[in-house]
Design a protein around this ligand. Sequence first.
Ligand code: FE
Length: 228
Amino acid sequence: MSAAPAASAPAPAASAAEPSAPEASAARIRWLAAPSSSGWLEQALARPDLLLIDHAHCERKAAGVALQLMFRYPGDAALAEALSPLAREELEHFELLLPLLRRRGIALRPLAAPAYGARLSAAVRRGEPHRMLDAFLVAGLIEARSHERMALLAHNAPDGELADLYAGLLASEARHFGLYWVLCEERFGREVTNARLQELAALEADCLAGALPPADQLRMHSPGLHAG
Ligand code: FE
């Protein structure tokens, strides 16, 4: 994929590119309350190595979240049918990144997580069935933000290998948040799901609002939103 100037306009917030059925209609749902800024993109383009390490951690964490949900609801076969392949796919992406890191001489070092994930998790209500709805929506929001930022990288990274990597992941990331939408809609209905999504999407945007962090704290989910 060809490179464009770093400061080009961010992709529109929210929905997805070309997901497959049955998530196709789900992907037209607006997930993100605000788009990422060109400031975040510039930071990301300046520190591709750091972003690759964080991306690898994100894929592994996403697999962990899917597994955790399967363990939390062990009697829900339909959930397992959706989440087991999702967990596998997230691990496949993790495995895609490992040789790339190795070839580039980048160590998979631990990174301090941004406040983002913890703040979103804290918003998950404790009692069921709210806990399930919130956990699915938070997982979907994280996927939606990853998708949005990977699309920015796919269109703007001057490094062709990285641009291709991100472009190649877009369809599956879109499928992932589509899947979480479908799981919610099947269990809670469209109206309830959408009302709670609006609340959590506002929180998600709030988590990424404010000043850009120092360059070494750049992450896939570090602050950097387009103001207004
Ligand atoms: Fe994903």
